[in-house]
Design a protein around this ligand. Structure first.
Ligand code: NAP
Length: 248
């Protein structure tokens, strides 16, 4: 029996990057997966690649109707959901006095409100399933500050805080709720970033989407005594820079 036999997963932002790695990883280990994105061509191509155990749906995470339709597709084709991965997200750069308020609101709407909506619409289905796991993708930007991404940081700190509140609410429903905090991971989101960015870390490279998938799958299937917890996967980035302290 495969590790994810009997799992019905719903993943946002699944057409590319880490979300696509999560789709591939879960299907390879037996799960049925509904995944959504706003990149419909990439999403349909991925569904063609991974096959009958998946359904691609158009899912703009800011749309309540899209979330309702995604949950309905999962229930109709595969059964009630027992794994939700709130992965969709965007980053936007600009100092606080330069970023337009409208852009700040857009980042919060997708990254933070989108994560809330995912939980809001999936939880009734998860109760029907008898429980499961919710994994919210935050960031090291939800653990520390980075200049020029105040909106992104606010959204990712918000995801981290919301995760803990909802974990307290859903314990009695047998639903575990956790956050993942990736550091620099090589995906389309970080295409323009140089490897130099990782040189102050103990592990001097970008992580891969597949490394995050392995952690996500461990949390979903094996971390059965964990809820409300934050899981860091960052090559040691949050430790601060490696500094050689001069010896006397
Ligand atoms: P990615 O390659 O850009 O994938 C994110 C996906 O979400 C894209 O397909 C994106 O489409 C989609 N998306 C954007 N807005 C959406 C919306 N309103 N509704 C549904 N989908 C939407 O990024 P990634 O690196 O895999 O990131 C996945 C998650 O990890 C994000 O939450 C990100 O913040 C987080 N994260 C990433 C890193 C990193 O280093 N890569 C580090 C820490 C945390 P578009 O291309 O149209 O925007």
């Amino acid at each position: 029996m495969a590790r994810f036999d009997g799992t019905v997963a719903l993943i946002s932002g699944g057409a590319r990057g880490m979300g696509a790695a999560h789709v591939r990883g879960l299907v390879a280990e037996g799960a049925k997966v509904v995944f959504g994105d706003i990149l419909d061509d990439e999403g349909r191509n991925l569904q063609d690649e991974v096959g009958e155990s998946t359904r691609y749906v158009h899912l703009d995470v800011t749309s309540e109707a899209d979330w309702q339709a995604a949950v309905a597709t999962a229930e109709k084709d595969f059964g009630p959901i027992n794994l939700l991965v709130n992965n969709a997200g965007i980053v936007s750069y600009g100092p606080v006095d330069v970023m337009e308020p409208e852009e700040f609101r857009r980042v919060i709407d997708i990254n933070l409100t989108g994560t809330f909506l995912g939980m809001h619409f999936a939880v009734p289905s998860m109760r029907t399933a008898g429980g499961g796991a919710i994994i919210n993708i935050s960031s090291t930007a939800g653990l520390m500050g980075y200049a020029t991404i105040a909106a992104y940081g606010a959204s990712k700190w918000g995801v981290r805080g919301m995760t803990k509140a909802v974990a307290l609410e859903l314990g009695n429903d047998n639903i575990r709720v956790m956050s993942i905090h990736p550091g620099p991971i090589r995906t389309p989101m970080t295409d323009g970033m140089s490897d130099e960015l990782t040189m102050a870390q103990p592990i001097k490279r970008f992580g891969t989407a597949e490394e995050v998938t392995k952690l996500m799958m461990f949390m979903a299937a094996d971390a059965t005594y964990s809820t409300g917890s934050e899981w860091v996967i960052d090559g040691g980035a949050v430790l601060g820079p490696v500094i050689d302290i001069p010896q006397e």
